[in-house]
Structures are given as structure tokens and as C-alpha cells.
Design a protein around this ligand. Sequence first.
Ligand code: PRP
Length: 183
Amino acid sequence: MQFSDVESDLTEILLTEEQIHDTIAGLAARIDADYAGKTPLLVGVLRGAVMVMADLARAITIPIEMDWMAVSSYGSSTQSSGVVRILKDLDTDLHGRDVLIVEDIIDSGLTLSWLLQNLRGRGAASVEICALLRKPEAAKVQVDVKYPGVDIPNAFVVGFGLDYAEKYRNLRGIAVLAPHVYS
Ligand code: PRP
């Protein structure tokens, strides 16, 4: 799906497909260098991280493994509460592993902060975060993101895995959703 396919639903383009590609290439190069000689386990957080994971994993040139978690935050559909429930856990034993959590966006930071603590308690050698987008103005807790992509304004954004009511995940770029769609 292109921006033009849903033009009237969007107010501003934040990242084009090319800009996302370049951002992910930069993150992959850093990961390649930092994990040389290791086989990190990339942990994707369903469902939003699917696109980032697919592109990041292919841009990385060292061996990696992939696993997935699904979590759900108790709270309203638009605001996470920090209390997280695991809907699908990892299949991989983390003992001694170098874990890299892959996320599409850090909003309040509550999900990641919980996840970081949870995975660190499983005996991993290291746990770091790679997140394509960050909303600094929305942060409720500070999360140490070793591989941040782009900082964006505190707006309702969709595309490249990010949804509104499960739609727009297949939009190739990332854009601000027009208020008339969700109000
Ligand atoms: C999004 C995103 C993060 C979380 C970030 O997931 O993928 O997991 O919200 O928000 P926070 O920093 O405020 O905790 P969402 O719950 O929308 O589920 P989805 O990935 O299935 O779209």
C-alpha cells in the first residue's frame, strides 16, 4: 500500500520507504559490527515489529536467529498501562544468549521497560533494544535503546507495521493518521 492509496486518511508523511530503508541499513551495520563473531537472537514483538524484523534481519550480514513474543498491555487500546501479559512466549532458552529486542515503536516506553526486565531475568548474556521509531515526548519511563532509528513527534502514526484498528500495517511508509479516522 502506498501513501496515495489512503491519501485522505493521512495528514503528514513522516518517513518514506527509502528513508526507512536507509535507517534500517544504518542500524544493521551497527549491529553487524557490535555482534561480530556472535549469533544474536532477534526477538520480534508481535505484531507491529514484523516489517522491521523482516527488513532488519535481511540487512544484517552476520548469522542471527529469530524468535517472537506477543504481549498485551492492560489498559485502553491507545494507551499502555505498563502491566503486560504474555500472549505468546519465546520458544528459545535465553541462557547465555545475546538477545536483541526488535520493536517498531517506543511510545510511553512501558512495554519495553517491562520486557527488558522480563528477558534480563532469564539468564541472557546481554539484552539490548533496536526500535525503528521513538516518541520522546510520550515517554513515561526512560528506556535505554542501544539501536534507535528515528525520533518522531507525539502523533498517531501508522504504516510499516503500525496499525490503527489493524489497518495500515501494510502501508510502505510511515505517516500521521488524520484525526477524522479515529475520532
Ligand atoms: C505497540 C508497539 C509496542 C508498544 C509500544 O504495540 O509495537 O509494542 O505499542 O507502546 P508503549 O511504549 O507505550 O508501551 P501494540 O500494543 O499497538 O500492538 P501491535 O504491535 O500488535 O500493534
